[in-house]
Design a protein around this ligand. Structure first.
Ligand SMILES: *[C@@H]1O[C@H](CO)[C@@H](O)[C@H](O)[C@H]1NC(C)=O
Ligand SMILES: *[C@@H]1O[C@H](CO)[C@@H](O)[C@H](O)[C@H]1NC(C)=O
Length: 382
């Protein structure tokens, strides 16, 4: 163990060498010292473990999936939502008009900035700065919208989650059916600490997909009938830390959630495969996933394929654990996902197979999810 620690620390120092002030660099870009000192409680499918920071990193490195429950050791369940989803689509003409505004250049502009942070690690100062940048983009976009608000959800680590709320026109409808949620995670990680973590696909892609979804819905004058929220979670890579904190806070306040859709990695079309999206079918709500498949049939121009992602694969799992119906859409069937580049310096948007056009399919899916489940209020002059 001690030998491994030495290797780790030496690697860190070597990585930091080109920089004039190593300590300052580490504080700015790498995990805070407290992150190295702390023990964590990790939830695995059948057991919970108390582990050191080193063991946690080692497990992450070898691809073991867990939920870090250090900050949410006692999980409570939220109010029970209906598992019946609409049998028909109601907003095809509005959505098709919104889709005309979708723009790959917008995705690229936001992703260029997001991947320019050295890392978006949740314990790093640059991870915090990246969250505040997302919050600023949202605030500018939503400034003219009186029924939208942006909130920073603080955590015991540096990076906050950012939550956007759209108030529906019909409060009693929100009370009976619940709020509709869409999520992506804003943090990134390199499996080797202290190295650059651009996280273009994981999950810069899901993050900018949601930004673009909000932009085109607003350009098409969307306002939901029941409340809809877009969540930008901190610390997914630390073991779904941010989304668990948010889901637990909703459960404790007895917030009714109609449905939650997670989008984590939306950009990659593996060379040599035909373009499709992946609908994850484990640790999700089966009725909601069936509904998502219907949305995909109507609103996408590529097929949807069922796939499995395993335990604690992304933030939908935090909502599932809290008893809320959640679903997970990913760039392809799991076998063709960009896992070779995720958590490395190679997760960049110029990588072969990285496709902004593919991400636009996920923006369609997200817009359809928000508008079909949250509704589309008629404007007063209609
Ligand atoms: C709000 O929704 C409820 C439930 O669907 C409906 O009965 C009511 O008429 C709606 N109110 C308005 C103002 O649209
Ligand atoms: C959570 O996931 C489990 C396992 O896949 C599934 O059986 C269950 O229905 C899900 N819970 C909810 C509320 O959707």
């Amino acid at each position: 163990m001690r030998v491994l620690w030495c290797v780790w620390i030496c690697a860190a120092l070597v990585a930091a060498l080109p920089f004039p002030d190593t300590l300052d660099f580490l504080q700015q870009h790498a995990w805070g010292i407290d992150g190295v000192r702390h023990e964590s409680i990790l939830q695995l499918p059948h057991t919970a473990l108390h582990v050191s920071a080193f063991s946690k990193w080692w497990m992450h490195m070898w691809g073991v999936r867990y939920m870090d429950i250090t900050y949410t050791p006692e999980s409570v369940c939220g109010p029970h939502a209906s598992s019946v989803f609409p049998a028909q689509m109601h907003h095809q003409s509005e959505l098709m008009a919104a889709f005309l505004q979708l723009c790959a250049k917008q995705l690229r502009k936001h992703l260029e900035k997001l991947t320019s942070f050295y890392t978006r690690h949740y314990r790093s100062a640059s991870g915090k700065a990246s969250a505040l940048w997302i919050s600023k983009v949202l605030e500018e976009m939503l400034a003219p919208i009186p029924y939208a608000s942006v909130r920073t959800f603080d955590h015991p680590w540096l990076q906050p989650s950012i939550l956007v709320h759209f108030q529906g026109t019909n409060a009693s409808l929100t009370e009976t059916r619940g709020v509709t949620l869409l999520g992506a995670h804003i943090d990134s990680a390199n499996m080797l600490p202290f190295l650059r973590a651009p996280g273009a696909d994981d999950d810069g892609s899901g993050t900018v997909t949601l930004l673009e979804t909000i932009r085109v819905l607003l350009a098409a004058q969307w306002r939901p009938e029941s409340d809809v929220e877009f969540h930008f979670y901190a610390a997914e890579e630390g073991g779904l830390l941010g989304s668990q904190a948010v889901a637990q806070s909703y459960a404790r306040r007895h917030v009714l959630v109609r449905a939650m859709l997670q989008q984590d990695m939306t950009a990659y079309v593996a060379p040599g495969t035909s373009e499709h999206i992946g609908l994850v079918e484990d640790y999700v709500s089966a009725p909601l996933t069936n509904y998502l498949e219907q949305l995909a049939k109507v609103y996408l121009t590529i097929p949807a394929v069922r796939t499995q992602a395993g335990y604690a694969a992304s933030d939908h799992a935090s909502w599932n654990k809290t008893g809320y119906p959640s679903a997970f859409a990913i760039e392809s069937a799991f076998a063709s996902v960009n896992l070779g580049r995720a958590h490395t310096t190679k997760d960049i948007y110029s990588a072969p197979g990285f496709s902004f056009a593919h991400m636009l399919q996920f923006a369609r899916l997200a817009a359809a999810f928000a508008a079909e489940l949250g509704g589309w209020a008629r404007s007063p002059d209609q």
